[in-house]
Write a new protein. Structure first.
Length: 93
């Protein structure tokens, strides 16, 4: 399972946790005054004991950094990622 979607300064991507398990996260890219790119996590999917994934916000970051114009595209991508994490095929929905 691999997710790599980017629009503007936002990206939904898969990474691996410390145990090597796949995880997906929503990050925001920015640039320092020195021109170095960096990103930080706005939200991530977490697997609980039942095997379902939950979208966890990192504090209030989604509310501070997501503009109304970005919400529809990002929400759609998060929904598709949720389907993939659950083993569903997004094209079936």
């Amino acid at each position: 399972m691999e997710v790599n979607w980017k629009k503007g300064e936002f990206e939904v991507r898969t990474t691996r946790d410390i145990k090597g398990e796949p995880k997906a996260e929503l990050v925001k890219w920015d640039t320092t005054q020195a021109g170095k790119e960096y990103c930080f996590v706005l939200a991530y999917f977490h697997r609980d004991s039942d095997g379902y994934y939950n979208l966890i916000f990192v504090g209030d970051r989604p509310f501070r950094y997501l503009a109304d114009i970005d919400i529809a595209d990002i929400w759609r991508e998060l929904f598709m990622t949720q389907l993939m994490l659950n083993g569903d095929k997004p094209d079936e929905m």
